[in-house]
Design a protein around this ligand. Structure first.
Ligand code: PEP
Ligand code: MG
Length: 331
């Protein structure tokens, strides 16, 4: 079994009818790089940059960030690396920042408060340093930038203005940047962003659907809250309908869209995700071989039929049953 999975590393993630699916890795700390290299991932679909800000009392400056991003981008060779700017706040409290930068935990409801891009737009010097470091590494590989916790197209526009200003400043200082700046994408991880995906798409270069937060906000359930965690269900039809709406908004514009929450690493969910039109999945590196195995056994027409059937259901229990009983060729 193990050698079979190891052999998979060199095989492409392609369906039986020849559709190529991009399988990428999520990275939380650089120590995961060797595992990612072994996993068969083609690039990093979600580089969470929170690690840079944790366990310290001051902020990492542009140089410190540049060193960290360079390490990752060089380790990935020419494969794409999607760097998400700081998603701080909510449950991801970082002590050093709380003291010096913004009191994220002081609000009545941190998950609905100053978190992700909201904080960065309020403290643009944080966003500027991060954009500058990412731009400076962009000549060394294929880099993309991802904005967390967006709910409004105007936030993306504001971030893009800052991004372009930082790029102009770097060029004035003589830094060589690629003629076409790295793409600026948006995490779809709130119901508001999902249902406004058509408007947000006009400001974004790509989407990454974050199913962890999307399920939490849609169902108003915190997974870490034991009393209600049984209600957390990524296969709830409300979550799936939002994912479908956002995916279709992207596909209509021929804009790249990926799934990068926990759902992406579950081999049982591959038929549904492919059936919804997703062709890029980013997950923990350890999940890649089994997801690849699943992709290689599937036919896109089967997946599409299966997804249509799932999307007709309104009872979560029925959806679970369908997903558990999916068999290749049975559709
Ligand atoms: C998500 O919310 O699904 C996601 C990928 O981001 P994070 O888990 O870092 O919040
Ligand atoms: Mg998230």
């Amino acid at each position: 079994e193990r050698t079979k999975l190891a052999k998979l590393r060199r095989l492409p993630a392609v369906t039986t009818d020849g559709e190529l699916v991009e399988l990428q890795a999520n990275l939380e700390i650089p120590a995961e790089l060797p595992l990612i290299a072994q996993s068969g991932a083609i690039g990093i679909g979600l580089l969470r940059t929170e690690f840079l800000f944790m366990g310290r009392e001051d902020l990492p400056d542009e140089e410190a960030q540049l060193i960290a991003y360079t390490q990752v981008v060089e380790a990935m060779g020419g494969d794409p690396v999607t760097i998400r700017v700081l998603d701080w706040g909510g449950e991801k409290d970082m002590q050093a920042l709380s003291e010096g930068v913004a009191p994220t935990h002081s609000g009545p409801n941190p998950a609905l408060g100053l978190r992700g891009l909201r904080l960065l737009l309020k403290r643009p010097e944080l966003l500027e340093a991060q954009f500058a470091a990412i731009l400076r590494v962009s000549e060394r590989g294929k880099v993309r930038i991802l904005l967390p916790m967006v709910t409004n197209p105007s936030e993306v526009k504001a971030a893009r203005d800052i991004y372009e200003r930082v790029a102009r400043r770097l060029r004035r200082k003589g830094v060589t940047l690629p003629e076409k700046l790295p793409e600026l994408g948006v995490m779809i991880e709130t119901p508001g962003a999902a249902l406004a995906a058509d408007a947000i798409a006009l400001e974004a270069d790509f989407f990454a659907i974050g199913t962890n937060d999307l399920a939490m906000y849609t169902l108003a359930v915190d997974r870490a809250e034991a009393e209600v965690s049984h209600l957390y269900d990524s296969l709830h039809p409300a979550v799936l309908r939002l994912m479908q709406f956002a995916t279709e908004a992207a596909l209509r514009l021929r804009m790249p869209v990926s799934v990068c929450g926990e759902m992406a690493g579950n081999p049982r969910l591959v038929p549904l995700l492919l059936g919804l039109g997703i062709r890029c999945l980013s997950m923990n590196a350890s999940a890649i071989p089994r997801v690849k195995q699943a992709v290689r056994a599937l036919d896109i027409a089967d997946c599409a039929r299966f997804a249509r059937r799932v999307m007709e259901q309104s009872d979560p229990a029925r959806i679970h049953e369908l997903v558990l009983n999916f068999e290749t060729g049975s559709e």
